[in-house]
Design a protein around this ligand. Sequence first.
Ligand code: C5P
Length: 217
Amino acid sequence: MRVPFVITVDGPAASGKGTIASRLAREYDLPMLDSGLLYRAAGVLAGRAGVDLDDGEAVARVARGIQVEHLGDPEFRTRGAGEAASRVAVHTPVRLALRDLQLAFARRPGGAVLDGRDQGTVICPEAPAKLYVTASPEVRAERRWKQLQAQGEAVTYDEILADIARRDARDGGRADSPMRPAEDAVLLDTSGMTIEQAADAARRIVEAARARWENSR
Ligand code: C5P
């Protein structure tokens, strides 16, 4: 039996992976899971409940109540939520609490697009199409800064660059499911690209993977 057509899009913050993943989901008519939102929800909801973000078991109890349908809270998209997410994401109990929901999404018979840090390495290593999207820290900081300004957050470029460096170090350095490309992921560096160019490059990579998948019965 052929595995469902799953596209994993991993990579660091503000690399362009979210936009690329949404476009691929639209083009291939696949449901998309933004797994970062799960960790953001865990961080924000734990904070609201007065839970210490360094207490993995306590945050995991909050994380077990999260459902994919409840990720629309705008606070989950703030800078503070990103920071809280990366703090709670180092804890194995929290990752386990969010795993079943991600596995269920990855195993939908019609396929899916999975956006995150460990989708191609841990959640769905069998995915037929894997992308690892990167860009230089400076380019990512510039993009994230503009995005946050548009959301009305008062923050400087240098603060965002520092956030990005800290997040890369934490996400890439943690023991459980560190951010890294799967061995068979195609790397896409979007530093010198417009979003249109990056989306086109991603589409070409996925087209090639789709052709291989079509022939894999
Ligand atoms: O992608 P986003 O910026 O929303 O992710 C927020 C944080 O959630 C990341 O910095 C990372 O620590 C964590 N995360 C993760 N595994 C994923 C997705 C996100 O650890 N699959």
